[in-house]
Design a protein around this ligand. Structure first.
Ligand code: AMP
Ligand code: TRP
Length: 344
């Protein structure tokens, strides 16, 4: 379980996080994000989870596929245990205050801050001139997602750490520039055994929905056979499993499989190694497959069932957008007043 970190600020603890509907969900998204969102749902009074469709279109998305991926992501949240009665669940574009606050933040953040973002450099690649302006400004929209709710805690995977530091910088600069204490300084929550799930083919690369090799990842929609095949073929080294964490040093593929096992079993890496230390990978992999199938098959089954009635999903998203706007509207109004917009 994630430990509740007390924020030193005067803001009411509130959790926000988002996932892009830019393709299917991977085991990385599940262990690094959604599973932890579910844990936090029971620990905080208010939890808000968002399908960030406006972020997804910073790179090309086929409109039909985007619609499908947004609903499927919503089904993934619910199937994993997010309860729309306990958490606010909605898609970003339905709450226009995100984009409106992002514009203000575009005027607060500096070009140099954005240029330093490693995700921008990775995604834009060698041809930055041809990347969309939205991809460059992406972190300002992310800051707006969080700060429009005055969220204090943001659970994410390791790869989002830099964006959350930028969110803090934007809040600090806004508060300083306008001499207010209006936006909270958000706490990133990056915890657990699987904050960075790696590719099954290359232990130095993050597991990602955009990796061209399907064998590199486990998709939440993969069936039991596919999961077992991918784990059986996962890259490993010739040694057996160590009994102590030190023994994983310099063995990224072994470490990754043990981390995945620990996160799926809701236990620590130490506890896993105490149990499986001394086994060969040929013995450990079937255990991992069995655990992965036991944990993931009910979720993918439930996702498929929910996707049969997208009308029901759309109703949940309607309600979530309404609830989200109730919080966002007064925050945007106050921001406009602080900035000096007449009529706000
Ligand atoms: P994205 O799919 O890029 O929108 O990511 C959604 C969430 O999943 C973010 O909190 C990411 O940090 C997290 N995430 C994505 N890939 C991984 C991974 N391989 N390991 C751990 N967390 C991940
Ligand atoms: N940038 C995040 C990712 O790619 C997704 C995201 C958008 C997000 N807005 C957010 C995550 C706000 C946390 C909070 O993973």
């Amino acid at each position: 379980m994630t430990e509740v970190v007390q924020t030193p600020s005067a803001f009411t603890p509130r959790v926000f996080s988002g996932i892009q509907p830019s393709g299917g969900l991977t085991l990385g998204n599940y262990l690094g994000a959604i599973k932890r969102f579910v844990d936090m749902q029971g620990q905080y009074d208010q939890t808000i989870y968002c399908m960030v469709d406006l972020h997804a279109i910073t790179v090309w998305q086929d409109p039909e596929k985007l619609r499908h991926a947004t609903r499927e992501l919503c089904a993934g949240f619910i199937a994993s245990g997010i309860d729309p009665k306990q958490s606010i669940l909605f898609n970003q574009s339905r709450v226009p205050e995100h984009a409106q606050l992002a514009w203000i933040f575009n005027c607060v953040a500096r070009m140099g801050w954005m240029q330093r973002m490693t995700q921008w450099k990775d995604k834009a690649g060698k041809n930055q001139q041809n990347a969309s302006l939205g991809l460059f400004a992406y972190p300002a929209l992310m800051a707006a997602d969080i700060l429009i709710y005055h969220a204090t805690h943001v659970p994410v995977g390791e790869d989002q750490k830099q964006h959350l530091e930028l969110t803090r910088d934007i809040a600090i600069k806004f508060n300083n520039d306008f001499k207010v204490d209006f936006f909270p300084i958000t706490e990133p929550v990056i915890e657990g055994a699987a904050t960075r799930v790696m590719s099954l083919r290359d232990g130095s690369k993050k597991m990602s929905k955009s990796d061209p090799s399907d064998a590199s990842r486990i998709n939440m929609t993969d069936d039991a056979d596919k999961i077992a095949t991918k784990i059986r073929k996962a890259k490993t080294d010739p040694d057996g499993l160590p009994s102590e964490v030190d023994g994983l040093e310099g063995r990224p593929e072994a470490r990754n499989l043990v981390n995945i096992y620990a996160a799926l079993a809701d236990t620590s890496v130490e506890a896993v190694l105490a149990e499986v230390g001394g086994l060969q990978f040929s013995e450990f992999k079937p255990k991992l497959s069995e655990l992965a199938v036991a944990k993931l098959a009910p979720i993918s089954g439930e996702m498929a069932r929910l996707m049969q009635d997208t009308g029901e999903i759309d109703k949940i998203l309607d309600l979530g957008a309404e609830q989200a706007r109730e919080i966002a509207t007064p925050v945007l109004k106050r921001t406009y007043e602080i900035v000096g917009m007449v009529g706000a």
